[in-house]
Design a protein around this ligand. Structure first.
Ligand code: NAP
Length: 321
């Protein structure tokens, strides 16, 4: 488990921020939230639930929560913070089921990778007195399931809050405190803008990885064993992204259609320009672009969002960082 930063989360809070948190969906993100809530004492009682009986059983074995409820409805009863950690396409169903059981004054949030569609799916089920404050922690790995989570997943990562217009500022402030205590940096933006930014920084890169790995798998002139054998030439890094959860990513593309298609359009135009540079032997054009892109990676490292270690941090005994 990549939880090698123990201690950096700091000491548990003196007083929990919430009395009772309900986490619905215990995959990578839900189980990571459960771990950090426990480690930092963010809620007095942690209640969790998942649709899958196997996941609930595993969550009990892993002691992810104080109570693992058999249904989402039972889990949210009496909770002052509810966080939905299910695939984006399941948000509406879960919202409809729990809506009548949310207590007045509760904050209802989520961690979905798309925001406008999630707000549209949840809003009709939010009764008066319940505060909807959607969020997206921009942190993850290619793994999924209740065993994949770890407490430091959100440490030094961004969590974007997209409160709908007219949201209660106290509820937004309280959720901000929660994510900061979980180790994240918090930014607030509109849902449509979030979806556009994430389309280019996350959704389109995943689509490109799925595409290139699919193309390589379908090649006839190059054998499968050659693709695997020589993967360190660059392909291997795409396969990590292309190993991400199929349900989650299907839902992302179905629910962020416009923004992804807009960014894909720009991507295709730039790819055509690159093709032209290669055809015209425009070495200077290629060199200039690659110099600009290298600078972007350097700024990501400078911002602490990536390791400076070579080969994406893979261990090499003699490598200098
Ligand atoms: P995950 O590991 O696949 O976990 C999702 C869990 O939700 C699974 O245990 C799933 O059960 C359960 N579930 C599905 N439908 C449900 C329902 N109707 N009621 C209760 N539980 C249900 O996925 P994840 O990576 O944690 O992603 C969860 C959410 O976080 C998604 O909205 C995703 O967009 C967002 N997110 C993901 C990442 C990332 O990198 N992974 C990063 C940021 C945000 P089954 O296995 O039985 O279907």
């Amino acid at each position: 488990m990549p939880d090698g930063l123990a201690g950096e989360l700091g000491a548990p809070l003196q007083e929990p921020l919430f009395e009772r948190i309900a986490i619905i969906g215990l995959g990578l993100i839900g189980s990571s939230l459960a771990h950090v809530c426990r480690r930092k004492g963010l809620a007095r009682v942690i209640v969790a639930s998942d649709l899958s009986p196997e996941v609930r059983a595993r969550a009990r074995e892993l002691k992810l929560a104080d109570i693992v409820a058999d249904s989402a409805e039972a889990a949210v009863a009496g909770a002052d913070l509810v966080i939905l950690c299910v695939p984006v396409g399941a948000m509406g169903t879960v919202g409809a089921a729990i809506g009548p059981h949310l207590r007045s004054g509760a904050i209802l949030s989520d961690v979905g990778s798309v925001k406008s569609a999630v707000i549209a799916a949840l809003a009709p089920h939010v009764q008066k007195g319940v505060h909807l404050v959607p969020a997206h922690p921009v942190a993850g790995t290619e793994q999924s399931g209740p065993d994949a989570g770890f407490a430091t997943l959100f440490l030094d990562r961004w969590c974007i809050l997209t409160p709908p217009e007219g949201s209660d500022p106290d509820a937004v402030a309280k959720l901000t405190d929660f994510w900061k205590a979980a180790g994240a940096n918090v930014e607030i933006m509109g849902p449509a803008h979030h979806d556009l930014v994430l389309a280019i920084t996350s959704h389109v890169p995943h689509l490109i990885a799925y595409n290139i790995v699919g193309t390589a798998a379908d090649l006839e002139a190059v054998t499968q064993s050659e693709v695997i054998k020589f993967s360190a030439g660059g392909f291997r890094d795409f396969t990590r992204i292309a190993a991400s959860d199929p349900t989650m990513w299907r839902d992302v593309f179905l629910n962020n259609k416009e923004a992804v298609l807009e960014m894909l359009g720009r991507f295709s135009e730039d790819l055509t320009a690159l093709q032209r540079m290669i055809r015209n032997a425009d070495g200077q054009g290629l060199f200039d672009l690659f110099t600009r892109t290298r600078a972007i990676r350097r700024s990501i490292i400078a911002e602490g969002q990536e390791t400076p270690a070579p080969d994406f941090g893979r261990p090499h005994p003699d490598a200098k960082t």
